[in-house]
Design a protein around this ligand. Sequence first.
Ligand code: FAD
Ligand code: NAD
Length: 407
Amino acid sequence: MFVKRPTVLVLGAGYGGLTTVVNLQKLVGTDDVEIILINKNDYHYESTWLHEAAAGTLSPEQVRYDVKNVIDESKVKFIKAEVQGIDVKGKVVTSTAGTHTYDYLVIGLGFEGETFGIPGLDKYALAMANVKAARQIREHIDYQFATWSTEEEKDDSRLTIVVGGAGFSGIELLGELGNRVPELCKEFDVPQEKVRVLCVEAAPMVLPGFDPELVDYAVRQLSAKGIEFSIGTPVVEATPEGVKIKKGEDEFEFIKAGTVIWAAGVRGNKLIEESGIENMRARVKVEKDLRAPGHEDVFIVGDCALLINEEINRPYPPTAQIAMQQGVTIAQNVHALIKGEPTKEFVPDLKGSVCSLGDDDAIGLVFGKKMTGTKASFMKKMVDNRALYLIGGVGLTLKKGKFNLIK
Ligand code: FAD
Ligand code: NAD
């Protein structure tokens, strides 16, 4: 009797989706399971390097690689298409390539920028949402510098860059901009004192919740590179001319800026909100085995998953570190279900956090140990290389890795 092999449909070739696929393809035989991976582009991009592509310190090409480089095409069918709808009741996904049914679904469609409904941000601010958006930021900044230098009546606000949010993304971007601005000034004949890079943060501190000593170090180092901070002053509006910030009860200031980059938080992919799965800001509070509550055949991986740290009763921050670990567990759990075995609980193994301050500096808290400067920067590049290695092995690491380890 012919028995149809089960179909595992994976949406998104980010850290979570791709880790699921490369691990699942190792667990199954060629004819056991049909694995289908759908992604918007035929490449994966390192979201964790988007600040470098945005600032122009790394080329967009270096940040991405072909999905086909890391999948086993004898076991995985790759479809380049944009997912348009997920119907978990009808067990069907629609995309620009048609409709797709599944026995097991893994949703790994990643993050979108959170604008909290602040007027004008969607329209007038740029965001490091993906590699194309990062390239657009780089080109926008180049354009502002180029235009300033050819203008007869110079508008210096063209040379003002506002970064909204001093979380990890904002700080890493500022680190890159701190190194890039002197290069831009040289390239476009701009006196550096005309350039202003300002970070606006709503909370009373930079990197809220992170180790204060490391935060002090970061602020000192970035300030030395000319970065300004406006702390405790939320952005309340963006216009084509710049941003309005709140400085006190009834006190506001308008900052005229040629470039506004929004890096003030993330949410899950909006398709989650229309999928019929219960969610909060497009993130699904997953079961212990990473399945969506009430949907035995649907797993959620990465930034679309909301995972509670029960020790502090707060969600784990959405990171590539966790997305990749979840991918490994999901591959094992899907395999277990196919074999009729029980699934296992996902237990994150957090090794720490390292925040770059440009290519030559960083801060980090790794295995509980604080580190700064060259040591932390070395560690950050090792973390970046490790992600490449875990998905694509030695070949990919040699091709795309960071080997200027000490600066
Ligand atoms: P993503 O990596 O966002 O991948 C989602 C994939 O889905 C993409 O390939 C996308 O093209 C695809 N997709 C989206 N929508 C569709 C659609 N409709 N149809 C088809 N395909 C679609 N985390 C760390 O742990 N360490 C770091 O150092 C770090 N640095 C960061 C720096 C920056 C600037 C940013 C923005 C984030 C950083 N993060 C870091 C967080 C990390 O990048 C995310 O947590 C991680 O990317 C989440 O992985 P994911 O697989 O859920 O989604
Ligand atoms: P985040 O939520 O960590 O930080 C956003 C910041 O924006 C916060 O400090 C918040 O107070 C501020 N903010 C919110 N509203 C604002 C407003 N109206 N005006 C001004 N500031 C405002 O978001 P993120 O930095 O984008 O990071 C997203 C996720 O990616 C996090 O989980 C982070 O840990 C992870 N990440 C990790 C690394 C790393 O490990 N090196 C790097 C980047 C991002």
